[in-house]
Design a protein around this ligand. Structure first.
Ligand SMILES: NC(=O)c1ccc[n+]([C@@H]2O[C@H](COP(=O)([O-])OP(=O)(O)OC[C@H]3O[C@@H](n4cnc5c(N)ncnc54)[C@H](O)[C@@H]3O)[C@@H](O)[C@H]2O)c1
Ligand SMILES: O=P(O)(O)OC[C@H](O)CO
Length: 394
């Protein structure tokens, strides 16, 4: 804790010195003043692409951060539905996702992607995982060559098995040689226990911003750190992405337990063994063990598995209550990434020789190979083993 404070103070002193600003005596004031300076100078414009529930809540986080610091950074929210965006510009309310919540005055709403991206130093990608590639292919060439790209999506791409950071890297290299220059250092992912419906009410939460470049992660953290949102930085992109996307699959399984009226023992068992299989996959892909016990691992798993607000949890509950996997898309109006991502996780795990029994059982339910009633017997009937085999491949 102390070392973090000292490092912030020393970073703050350096930023102020570079800017020729006199450093105040109090450490707290110093950190605040440094942050203010940082926000202003890191980004003249932040564009959030995708005006669904997380994109809208994240635009609010950034706009509130900018306002807190009195910075002049522009915050633009893009959505594909022109009527919805024009209504938001009039009312400052996203009627479909957050009726009654009046958003910050400083957010600009647009359905014009070229306008949204022009001059944006930081571009936050908040569209569903399966649509990221098609979107980047359409407008990737409009990105500024220096723009930092932040992925908010928690899913794996069907067909390739790519994480979102890998999709960004591949597409930008294809779309625009200018934009692909030094791209890996400009890719960032943000993940953690971040239920948008709680955040829009300014309920306090923490998150993780991961980038291979610590400096990139720090910049993104600075533009979204405010009184109710606290981002930590990390350089383990793989661990942060895998934690965020596999917990959706585990939450669907916990939702099934909930829908079948199983109690807390069942849910805790799924969560704990779910973390074990998530960790195995993350380690096999090069992620770090400590990330799995952090906010993007255990933290997000707890939030998503415990909350009735989670769409993945809700999808599991619907399945347990008799909705067919085919009908989930019509019953649910918001994105539950696990429905499409679970089979991709299972394939990726198989390719790496990793056993993920909960994920495999969820996939079997989603593909109508077993019923929800057969899920528990399938998991409990497996060969017994030592718990200390936790991190081995099976
Ligand atoms: N909602 C949350 O609490 C939350 C929190 C953290 C992460 N996430 C992740 O954020 C991502 C987005 O989720 P969400 O909650 O905002 O979903 P959502 O269903 O609330 O909104 C998705 C938005 O994307 C738009 N969209 C859908 N297909 C599109 C396409 N092909 N091109 C452009 N726009 C398209 C929709 O119109 C909608 O505005 C998901 O990967 C999700 O896992 C969500
Ligand atoms: O509503 P869900 O299930 O997509 O979960 C939302 C967030 O990922 C929670 O961190």
């Amino acid at each position: 804790m102390l070392s973090l404070l000292f490092s912030q103070i020393s970073a703050g002193r350096k930023h102020l010195k570079d800017a020729g600003i006199q450093a105040p005596a109090s450490a707290r004031l110093l950190v605040l003043k440094a942050r203010s300076y940082l926000v202003q100078n890191i980004a003249h414009k932040v564009a959030i692409v995708g005006a669904g529930s997380w994109g809208t809540a994240f635009a609010k986080i950034v706009a509130d951060t900018v306002e807190t610091h009195g910075a002049s950074t522009d915050v633009v929210l893009w959505g594909r539905n022109a009527d919805a965006m024009s209504a938001m510009a009039d009312t400052r309310i996203n009627e479909r996702y957050f009726p009654g919540v009046v958003l910050s005055q400083s957010i600009e709403y647009t359905a014009d992607i070229q306008h949204a991206l022009a001059g944006a130093d930081i571009v936050v990608l908040a569209v569903p995982a399966q649509s990221l590639r098609e979107n980047l292919l359409k407008w990737g060439s409009f990105l500024e060559p220096h723009a930092i790209l932040v992925s908010l999506a928690k899913g794996l791409e069907r067909g390739t098995g790519y994480r979102m950071s890998e999709v960004i890297q591949e597409v930008l290299t294809q779309v625009s040689p200018v934009n692909s220059n030094d791209i890996s250092g400009r890719i960032c992912v943000l993940s953690g226990p971040n239920l948008a419906k709680e955040i829009i009410q300014e309920e306090p939460t923490a998150s993780v911003v991961a980038a291979s470049s610590e400096q990139t992660a720090e910049k993104v953290a600075a533009i979204c750190a405010n009184s109710y949102f606290r981002p930590y930085t990390n350089t383990d992109i793989v661990g942060v992405e895998i934690g965020g996307l596999v917990k959706n699959v585990i939450a669907l399984c916990v939702g099934i337990c909930e829908g079948k009226d199983y109690g807390d023992n069942s849910k805790a068992s799924v969560m704990t063994r779910g973390l074990a299989e998530t960790t195995r996959l993350a380690l096999a892909l090069g992620g770090k063990l400590e990330t799995m016990s952090g906010l993007a691992g255990m933290g997000d798993l707890i939030a998503t598995c415990s909350s009735p607000l989670s769409r993945n949890h809700m999808a599991g509950k619907h399945l347990a209550q008799g909705v067919s996997p085919e009908d989930l898309g019509t019953v649910m109006t918001q994105t539950a990434e696990s429905v499409k991502t679970a089979p991709v996780v299972a394939e990726l795990a198989q390719r790496h020789g990793i056993e993920m029994p909960i994920t495999e059982a969820v996939v079997a339910v989603l593909q109508n190979r077993i019923t929800v009633d057969e899920l528990a017997p399938k998991l409990l009937g497996r060969a017994l083993k030592s718990e200390s085999a936790h991190l081995s491949r099976s």
